[in-house]
Each structure stands twice: as structure tokens, then as C-alpha cells.
Design a protein around this ligand. Structure first.
Ligand code: GAP
Length: 426
């Protein structure tokens, strides 16, 4: 079985990712996160916010609406330029992205290579919605990037806070793209989440280039510090044929997925493209100088990071499968078990331990089946530590703590457990 098939099966079996509307046959390009998937994704977003907002003095956050005045998208250039080139199979009329060579080749093979493609046509990725109660309803759009919500609030943020250039506005939220060929689990979806920083600087080639390079480093380090294999990460500069309509220059952080090197995050020098299109300027409070700031953007995909953390952490060790997730992003930090589920004295003590740990971290409980099966399940979820209350607990007031990665077990006093885990989570 190939790795993507294994990951997809594990994601469903353990409650990370389900197909959207599965009971009705699913809906192409849409996904749901299950009980552990939502925790993993939330932890990734929290770690991002901690680094990009709380860890800095020059960044504030916002949460803009998904649907905005359609003028925003006219001004941002998305209605004209946010397009993908499409080709159509002349035989079965299926459409594919002209730049997805692998899919085109695979489709040609299905037709014994006899078929022909139409020339490439452009296809707009914005998702239309109809609003209002009277006909004709008003056409609006689900945001194609979360970014524009930051630009249209630029003046509001400057006027309502003490930010001074250089400074950044951060945001995490959903974006929507009418992708032609969604696929590779959540990698290319029609609904997905982005975590973005728009960092405003003075319009200066050298300084903005330095800021661009600095953010490349910050973002790459973030993935590595959370445990992604450095050998599977690299930068890929955008070539002129790939670069977005708003960017002066750009690079991607790519991850080597089972389906090839794939974009995980884009870092763009957007110049003054957006602020000037929205007619916005900045006035320096000290010098009174007025100018249009330039923007360095870091734009990560939450779903892609989640998928690549899943793939990267997937480990097979003989018969054992475990997710070697950094404890900071693991869905549950600890699982607590009574050795036997049908012994009230063990269950009562284990519940006490569980309730106490729950005060400071996300903990799960399991008293089904035998201990081996419970370890097996927690390994597949990526829970770093399992705590078992057994018959000796009564005597020594200690529990067995089992480490996910080494399988090693040690006895820890119950009153030391909080410190034991907190030290490891730092
Ligand atoms: N504001 C800039 C922007 O949106 P982008 O390179 O188009 O730039 C940024 O998107 C990130 O959003 C990508 O690197 C990727 O992680 C994520 N992303 C884009 N399209 C996606 C899709 N269809 N499904 C899942 N994630 C996507």
C-alpha cells in the first residue's frame, strides 16, 4: 500500500479527516476534520499565532469577514487575473489544469493516448454567492484569499492602535477557490484555511528585500522547530510564468510529499500593489511623510501544514505505526487508562489522575479492551504519553508513563505528573 493510501486510511480510522457529506457520496474538494483532526489543526494555528503575533511586538491580529463588498475583488484584480489555464479533453470533455502534467498524461493514457486536448482557456477561481431576498439577487464572492480583509482594514488598524511602520497584521481564516482538479486528500481543496501575515514596510528595494529574506527564515524555522524533516523542506522561487498577479517576486516553502515537491506556504513581495489599488496611504506620525507602504506577505495553508505534519510524522517500526508529532501539536498530550476497565478501584483512581491533568492540558481517556490495543490506538493518534493506573498505584501512589516514540515505561509519582509533562511540553 502506498503512503498516501495509508495516511488517508489512518486519517479516517482515527478521526483526523473525513470526506465532506460522506453519507451522500462525498463532495469533491471538501473535507471535514474529526475529533482529533480538529485538535491537530487548532494546535498548528495556535503555534502559528504564538510565533507570528504573541512572539513579536510589531504585529497585531484581525478577523475579517469572508464575504466582502464585491468592489474589493474588482480593485484587488482577482476578478480579472485570479485564473488558472484549463484544457479540455475533446473526447470526454473533462477539464484539467493545463499545468498539471501528471494528470494530463494519466488521462491521455486512459484514452490510449489517441485523444486531443483543446487549447488552454483561462478559468476564474473565485467562488460566487448570491445574496439578498429580491430577484435578481446580488452577486458576491467567498474570499479567494484572506488577505484582502487585511488591506481594506489597513486604515482602521492604523487609526485604532499604536502600530507604526514597519508593522504587521496577522489573520487566520477560511478561503475558497473553485479549483478544477482538487486532490491528494486536503492538499488542493475548494474550501481551506490560510494563516497569513501582511508586513508593511517603507517603499525601499534594499530594506524590503531584507525583510523578505528575514521572513523566509522565520517561516522555514517554524516548520523545522515543530519537527518537520529539514531534508523534506526547501524554497522554490516563483518563475515569471507562475508568479501571482499581485507579486513583485515570491518564493514557496515546499514539502516533499509522496506526490512530489508541493507548495506549503507562499512568501510574496506584494509591493504597493494592494494598498495603491484600494487608494490607501500611510502618514508617518513624526515626520508627516506620506507614502504607500510595501508589503511582505507570508501565506501558509493550514490544511496543507496539517496534512504535511501528518505525513511527516507517520512512522512504521516493525508492526508498530505511530505519529511522531511534536507534543506541542499532538491532538492529545496524554491518554489516561485504568489497567482494567472493570475494576472500580482502578477506574476511580485513574479518573482522579485524568481530571487533574485535564486542568492544564488536553487529555483523553480510554478503558476499553486491553492495554496493548489502547497503546496501538494512541500511537496512531500521536499521543506522546500514556498513563496507566495499575494495582501498584494504591501502594506507591505512582503510575506507569509510557513514551510513544521509545515505547519505554517509567514509574512516576502522581503528585509529580503535572510537572513531568509540563517540562516536556515546554
Ligand atoms: N494571499 C496569498 C495567497 O493566497 P497562495 O500562494 O495563492 O497565496 C497561499 O496561497 C497558501 O494557501 C498556499 O501556499 C497553500 O498552502 C494554501 N492554498 C492555496 N490554495 C489552496 C487549495 N486549493 N487548497 C488548500 N490549500 C491551498
Amino acid at each position: 500500500m502506498d503512503l498516501m493510501t495509508k495516511i488517508t486510511a489512518l486519517a479516517k480510522r482515527r478521526g483526523f479527516i473525513f470526506q465532506s457529506s460522506e453519507i451522500y457520496g462525498g463532495y469533491q474538494g471538501f473535507w471535514d476534520y474529526g475529533p482529533v483532526g480538529v485538535e491537530l489543526k487548532k494546535n498548528i494555528k495556535n503555534e502559528w499565532w504564538k510565533t507570528m503575533v504573541y512572539g513579536r511586538e510589531d504585529v497585531v491580529g484581525i478577523d475579517a469577514s469572508i464575504i466582502m463588498n464585491p468592489i474589493v475583488w474588482e480593485k484587488s484584480g482577482h476578478l480579472k487575473a485570479f485564473t488558472d489555464p484549463l484544457v479540455e479533453c475533446k473526447e470526454c470533455h473533462k477539464r484539467f489544469r493545463a499545468d498539471h502534467e501528471e494528470l494530463l498524461n494519466a488521462h491521455s493514457k486512459e484514452h490510449n493516448s489517441k485523444m486531443e486536448w483543446t487549447g488552454a482557456k483561462t478559468f476564474n477561481l473565485m467562488t460566487e454567492v448570491l445574496l439578498g431576498v429580491t430577484e435578481p439577487k446580488e452577486k458576491a464572492y467567498l474570499r479567494g484569499e484572506i488577505t484582502q480583509g487585511v488591506f481594506v482594514n489597513f486604515k482602521n488598524v492604523v487609526d485604532s492602535t499604536r502600530v507604526k511602520i514597519p508593522f504587521g497584521i496577522a489573520q487566520i481564516g477560511k478561503a475558497f477557490r473553485n479549483e478544477v482538479t482538487p486532490g491528494n486528500l486536503t492538499f488542493r481543496s475548494k474550501e481551506f484555511e490560510q494563516m497569513e501575515l501582511e508586513y508593511f514596510v517603507k517603499p525601499d528595494e534594499n530594506e524590503s528585500k531584507k525583510t523578505f529574506e528575514k521572513f523566509k527564515e522565520i517561516r522555514m524555522d517554524w516548520y523545522k522547530n515543530l519537527g518537520m524533516d529539514p531534508k523534506k523542506l526547501h524554497f522554490a522561487d516563483h518563475t515569471p510564468d507562475k508568479i501571482a498577479h499581485y507579486a513583485k517576486y515570491a518564493t514557496d516553502i515546499e514539502y516533499e510529499a509522496p506526490f512530489g515537491w508541493s507548495e506549503m506556504e507562499g512568501i510574496h513581495h506584494r509591493g504597493d500593489y494592494d494598498l495603491s489599488n484600494h487608494g490607501l496611504k500611510y502618514r508617518d506620525g513624526v515626520t508627516n511623510e506620506e507614502y504607500i507602504p510595501w508589503v511582505i506577505e507570508t501565506s501558509g495553508g493550514v490544511d496543507r501544514a496539517t496534512l504535511f505534519f501528518l505525513i511527516d510524522s507517520y512512522t512504521e517500526d516493525g508492526d508498530r505505526v505511530y505519529l511522531k508529532l511534536n507534543p506541542k501539536i499532538a491532538p492529545y498530550k496524554v491518554a489516561v487508562f485504568p489497567l482494567l476497565g472493570n475494576k472500580p478501584e482502578l477506574t476511580a483512581k485513574a479518573r482522579e489522575v485524568y481530571q487533574d491533568l485535564k486542568k492544564s492540558m488536553v487529555v483523553t481517556w480510554d478503558d476499553r479492551g486491553n492495554i496493548g490495543k489502547r497503546y496501538f490506538a494512541q500511537d496512531e493518534i500521536g499521543t506522546p504519553w500514556c498513563v496507566t493506573v495499575d494495582f501498584d498505584t494504591e501502594k506507591d501512589n505512582s503510575v506507569t508513563v509510557r513514551d510513544r516514540d521509545t515505547g519505554k515505561q517509567e514509574r512516576i509519582a502522581i503528585d509529580k505528573l503535572q510537572d513531568y509533562f509540563q517540562n516536556r511540553l515546554r
